[in-house]
Design a protein around this ligand. Structure first.
Ligand SMILES: [Zn+2]
Length: 163
């Protein structure tokens, strides 16, 4: 039985999230984060990673990134929270989401997206409503960092285009 089901998110009102279908113990592997392996060179050269929209890119190692920006990557639906109950873990070229706390049936899974401060973090307000919410989606600490990549060269353009 799957440990998750897809439902409208409580955090991202416009989006969906993943919810626990049963009580889950800390340390449980919940879902693989799947995508396409790409080389750092491809990341740098392709327009896809340079268009200003949030892109889920994981650093796998010095040579490879994992692009999880695909509809079939169900784990990509997991929302960020400043009080996350899951985190990304991995080995070799594989990444998965695992529970870092005991999670009750019906709770929404959340991760730490780990955005760096160097990105234009004010574009990403956090609505997780945790007591410790800092108001923006920025990194606390996580082993596997999502570099939601934004073109630094287009930074000014992005600021002008944002509401
Ligand atoms: Zn928050």
């Amino acid at each position: 039985m799957k440990l998750y089901r897809i439902k409208k998110s409580n955090i991202d009102k416009k989006g969906r999230g993943l919810y626990a279908t049963q009580d889950i113990k800390a340390g449980t592997k919940i879902i693989y984060y799947v995508g396409k392996l790409i080389t750092k060179k491809q990341t740098e050269e392709s327009d896809k990673y340079d268009n200003g929209k949030p892109i889920y890119l994981f650093t796998i190692n010095k040579r490879y990134d994992l692009d999880g920006d695909f509809q079939w990557n169900t784990a990509g639906l997991i929302n960020h929270s400043c009080n996350n109950n899951c985190d990304y873990d991995g080995k070799g070229l594989k990444i998965w989401v695992k529970a870092i706390k005991d999670i009750k049936k019906g709770e929404e899974f959340t991760c730490d997206y780990g955005f760096g401060y160097d990105y234009n973090y004010k574009q990403f307000p956090c609505k997780c409503k945790s007591k410790n919410c800092c108001g923006y989606i920025v990194r606390s600490e996580s082993r596997w960092r999502i570099n939601k990549k934004f073109s630094m060269s287009n930074k000014n353009k992005l600021i002008n285009n944002s509401r």
